[in-house]
Design a protein. Structure first.
Length: 224
């Protein structure tokens, strides 16, 4: 009988680009996997919260339980960047988490669980150019739970601010600035008398010499 409801414990079609296995080998490994990849986490979700929710699908009585949790980290800042790996002791526990936890809310976000081929050292770091996840590299929306704007949008905003700061810096260094009322300022500017004396010119010297000659002529005329 064909089911019209998709099974909740089936792995997705995602294939890790860094995994050196073909599709058939991947499916065989996932059928026995005890590791889950958890996505769409808030940057503020803690390891303790992860343990609390995923331990509810553990079976300690049958020798199971949460083996370890590996938090995903930004490659540069070493801070959480929205994903993690949860390792169980049994495959059945991993399937139970996919059935009952995937699609539920944690920190007001719908989280996604998927079977994973198994954690290897280095996979805890984001693969985006900025250090976080690739999905946050080109994201155009504002997501307060995942660092605000996407990394690319943040770089564009940082570049815009740098250009604005450079323009202000040029203004402070004496570059021309916009101004107004130049004609009004000249018309209504107060008249200030200069306190400096004008230097003597050659014409002034000639006038003085002519005045001395006239004085001598007048003096000689008075003696006659």
């Amino acid at each position: 009988m064909t089911s019209v409801v998709a099974a909740l414990d089936q792995p997705s079609n995602y294939k890790d680009s860094q995994a050196r296995v073909d599709r058939q080998r991947q499916n065989d490994m996932l059928s026995k996997s005890t590791t889950l990849y958890i996505g769409n986490l808030s940057f503020f979700t803690t390891e303790e919260q992860i343990y609390d929710i995923f331990s509810r699908c553990a079976n300690p009585e049958d020798g199971g339980g949460v083996k370890r949790i590996i938090m995903g980290l930004d490659r540069h800042t070493r801070t959480p960047c929205g994903f993690c790996f949860v390792e169980y002791y049994t495959h059945a526990e991993a399937l139970a988490s996919m059935r009952y936890i995937s699609g539920t809310k944690l920190d007001e976000r719908i989280i996604r669980c998927d079977l994973d081929l198994g954690y290897k050292e280095g996979r805890q770091f984001g693969r985006g150019k900025s250090g976080g996840q690739v999905r946050d590299e080109h994201r155009q929306d504002y997501d307060p739970g995942r660092g605000g704007w996407g990394a690319q949008a943040q770089r564009l905003e940082a570049e815009r601010r740098r250009q604005v700061e450079e323009r202000y810096a040029d203004t402070e260094q004496g570059a021309p600035v916009a101004g107004g009322g130049g004609e009004w300022n000249q018309e209504h500017a107060p008249v200030v008398e200069s306190t400096h004396k004008r230097g003597r010119s050659p014409e002034d010297e000639d006038e003085d010499e002519n005045a001395r000659q006239r004085a001598r002529v007048d003096e000689d005329s008075g003696r006659m």
